[in-house]
Design a binder for this molecule. Structure first.
Ligand SMILES: [Zn+2]
Length: 73
């Protein structure tokens, strides 16, 4: 896979990423498998991973300001 921004090589890495849910809620998902560009700060989340993230986020209590959970759990 190639970075659409700079043409650099995307490499699979495990990262902790924040997601915004609702107005003031931030959900941090740990141990998320993403494709990170080796050349710039661009990254890509593959569709099956994003679907699982969406399912997790839909169950989150939006009144919580900050939640942290693991992708694998
Ligand atoms: Zn790049």
């Amino acid at each position: 896979m190639i970075c659409h921004k700079c043409g650099g090589k995307l490499e699979e890495v495990i990262a902790d990423l924040p997601f915004r849910v609702g107005h003031n809620s931030i959900i941090i998902i740990k141990e998320l498998p993403i494709l990170q560009c080796q050349n710039c700060d661009e990254y890509l989340i593959e569709d099956p991973v994003m679907e699982k993230v969406d399912r997790k986020l839909s169950k989150i209590d939006e009144t919580a300001e900050l939640e942290v959970f693991s992708y694998a759990s």
